[in-house]
Ligand binder design. Sequence first.
Ligand SMILES: O=C(O)CCC(=O)C(=O)O
Length: 246
Amino acid sequence: MHDTNHLTRAEVDFFVENGYLGPYAAMSPEEMAPIREAIDANVLGCAGPNPRRPMQSRHMDNGSVYDLAAHPAIIKRIAGLLGPDLVVWTTNFWLKEPGGAEIPWHQDINFWPIEPPVNISAWIAIDDVTVENACLRIIPGSHRQSLPHGRAPNEMAIAEMVDPAAYDEKRAVNMELKPGEFFLFSERLLHASSKNTSQKRRLGLSVRVTVPFVHIFQDSHLHPGHTAILASGKDVMGFNRYAGRP
Ligand SMILES: O=C(O)CCC(=O)C(=O)O
């Protein structure tokens, strides 16, 4: 039987060439609606496992977030790129209320506590995400090069960015997504999002997936007690700490 969650050779080639893939639907907007309600009630505005960053690691304390992070529509597709043994090493909500700040162009690996740098992220739309409420923007093919990052202006939502002379913003693609849709992207794909100038909130969840031979600097760089998810297959390396559904 054909499993629609596995990738075709053409999809694999597209990812290798462009550094991203999708969008795909993990679920319908109707199926996402009760999950959004649970996230609004039990995640946003509530303390989480990381005392410094309440939007991070909510797969550790919330079953709905764990289920999104380990969703077969995501994990099976990533298995088509990284193989069957897969580790969700972190999750992060990205909430942009009306007026929410710009996220400048960056490559995630510049910021991350993993070695070696192997990762595919899934960005899942919890809300309806359009150009109007500051969807993610990406530059196809930008993952083939690691770019230096410098200080970003204070009004931006992250502290470091790539020099605008290093890329051509005219090549940017807007990743508009319905609730429940997601796309995949490499740890080096250049991406950004504008200030939210609309009156509509924009909420998404990033799910970061790696493989068992990668060391995650859990206690020292994420937060004490951090646990990852062994989302598929097995870990014969034993470098990292896992927990099941909360
Ligand atoms: O949601 C955003 O605007 C930024 C997300 C992002 O930088 C990421 O998922 O790596």
